[in-house]
Write a protein that binds this ligand. Structure first.
Ligand code: DX5
Ligand code: ZN
Length: 216
């Protein structure tokens, strides 16, 4: 089953309850946290996360684009995240292991993220500890960028490792996913598709979510 995770970054923050309602048929709500250091942009922090949690009953998939995320993972768990993912590039390997352990200790799902220039192998030290692996299909930092189809071999390689070593681990892609790019992601082995502008920019949001699953 293909899961869709609309990215709240593209939603209307002036009325989150209203703007998130048409996305209720999605599987997760993807929440991008940017610190202005790991990526050259700032997004939102704990008070807004609190508002998002009240505005939707979708499980929150929190993507931390933050330096040394181990400092904050527990607060995101307490703030209502169901899933917290951290970038392998954001800290030393031992601190990333520590971050995953802290998320699990809070009873939440955990995973690692790789930027486009990071090789597939970078996820291997964390595979057995991950409930989800996220492959970026744009440079992280901004919504609305062009999908990088050349990330598909990386997705396929990680899918092969997951099937071999940890079949219950999910495989997510993030960036530029739209009706014309979702199929290639699914064929490469992704089972969770993040989509910001493609969902919240659509006239018919439930129809667009179904289309991204490959149902329409
Ligand atoms: C980019 C973020 C994405 C972004 C996706 O740094 O991680 O989640 O919101 O937006 P679209 O789907 O518009 O590329
Ligand atoms: Zn994201």
């Amino acid at each position: 089953m293909i899961k869709i995770a609309p990215s709240v970054l593209s939603a209307d923050f002036s009325n989150l309850t209203e703007s998130l309602r048409p996305a209720a048929s999605a599987d997760y709500l993807h929440v991008d946290i940017m610190d202005g250091l790991f990526v050259p942009n700032l997004s939102l922090g704990f008070p807004v996360l609190n508002g998002i949690r009240k505005a939707t009953s979708l499980p929150l998939d929190v993507h931390l684009m933050v330096e040394r995320p181990v400092r904050y993972v527990e607060r995101f768990c307490d703030g209502g995240a169901a899933i917290v993912t951290v970038h392998v590039e954001a800290d030393a390997e031992e601190n990333t292991h520590d971050a995953l352990a802290r998320i699990h200790a809070k009873g939440k799902r955990a995973g690692v993220v790789v930027k486009p220039k990071t090789p597939a192998e970078a996820v291997l030290p964390f595979l057995l500890e991950s409930d989800i692996i996220l492959v970026m299909t744009v440079e992280p930092g901004f919504g609305g960028q062009k999908f990088m189809a050349d990330m598909m071999p990386k997705v396929a390689q990680i899918r092969a490792w997951i099937d071999e070593r940890k079949p219950e681990c999910e495989l997510e892609v993030d960036g530029g996913v739209a009706p014309d790019t979702c199929r290639t992601c699914i064929e490469a082995g992704a089972n969770v598709l993040v989509a910001g502008s493609a969902v919240f920019g659509a006239e018919d949001i439930p129809g667009r979510i179904a289309a991204l699953r490959g149902e329409a």
